[in-house]
Design a protein around this ligand. Sequence first.
Ligand code: NAD
Ligand code: MG
Length: 401
Amino acid sequence: LASVTFQVLTILGATGSIGTSTLDVVARHPDRYRIHALTGFSRMDRLAELADQFQPQVLVVPDDTARRQLLHHLGHQRTNCEILIGPDALCEVASCPEVTTVMASIVGAAGLAPTMAAVRAGKRVLLANKEALVMSGALFMREARTHGATVLPIDSEHNAVFQSLPPGFDYGLRECGVSKLLLTASGGPFRTLPIEELQSVTPERAVAHPNWVMGRKISVDSATMMNKGLEVIEAHWLFGIPGDQIEVVIHPQSVIHSMVQYVDGSVIAQLGNPDMRTPIAHALAYPDRIDAGVKPLDFSTLAGLTFEPPNLQRFPCLGLAYQALDAGGLTPAVLNAANEVSVAAFLGREIAFTDISRTVEGVLESCNPPDDRTIESVVEADLRARHSARRIIEQNRMSAA
Ligand code: NAD
Ligand code: MG
């Protein structure tokens, strides 16, 4: 891949944790990046601030109410940019000709359509929105190849694997002598909590991650380790490696961001402070290297690095994700949808933390998803799994009452 020295960006989900970190890196390199569009779903005050700082051509918001709020916060500088509304506008700014690079950092299934639009327009796609790839796996990768899109991983583990593979690994990991991918996981806030206390943990405790500051949904996913499960599926598609060659290693310090094991016994790892600006800067500038504003690792103060295998009794979601990958077809889309509904119900205090995996398991048992040939079938499997998850949550509520 040739070095691209000037890029025009659309940032999907600019107001979120990844969006904000991306803009932090962009602001350090005005000579390399210009912003075409920023999108936000809530926090219009924040979107207005970002618009003021980065002067994009276009802003995308969900509806008319959000648009009015945005105009209010924009004040005097409202005439400078166009404001578009709704999901179609997300796809439009992800695929329009003047854009070279799309940061896909909307959370969850809502990011699928615009991310796919960027892929189909052959953009350089910086993929944070792992749910989109988990849902549409084979289709996503096929469309990327067909339309010449470059997909660069933002998820720190996949970015670490990418950095630990030889250039041009696309021709096959087996041919490169890779025997295994080792995805590291912090184990989240409940790694050592007595298992019987898990059922009563609050959303506040679940979102308080020990090493990373992230959006609420992915923070809960880290606490259940569904996040690592989604990442196993993500790695399968990004790197074309079977699930049984992807191993999860708990490494509570989050200094090693993942590793690649080779047939000769070598293990190559990527290390750094846990700061998402590192993978973001790597993918933005690839194959160049740019300053990300991240403190260098200090080995004189670094305490011990420790490792342990994940306990699937404590983290049943991780096992469910491996099962979904194994089942193939659209089962990962079902897993993802059931998880999104369950996490939202947990955050809304409707269900207990331990009901997240129970609900996902129930949905996986009852759903028989169609084949994965089109985006429509992906969306249908997603919707059906959402209904099924809601039904299970309602039934449990009624039987508890
Ligand atoms: P976040 O909740 O902080 O931000 C999400 C963004 O998406 C916001 O801009 C929000 O306005 C927008 N959004 C939410 N719902 C939307 C909808 N229905 N339609 C359009 N836009 C919507 O989340 P985040 O932590 O930044 O995570 C974003 C993605 O990156 C997720 O897929 C997550 O798994 C992935 N990721 C995040 C991190 C991290 O450190 N935060 C690390 C790896 C991967
Ligand atoms: Mg990750």
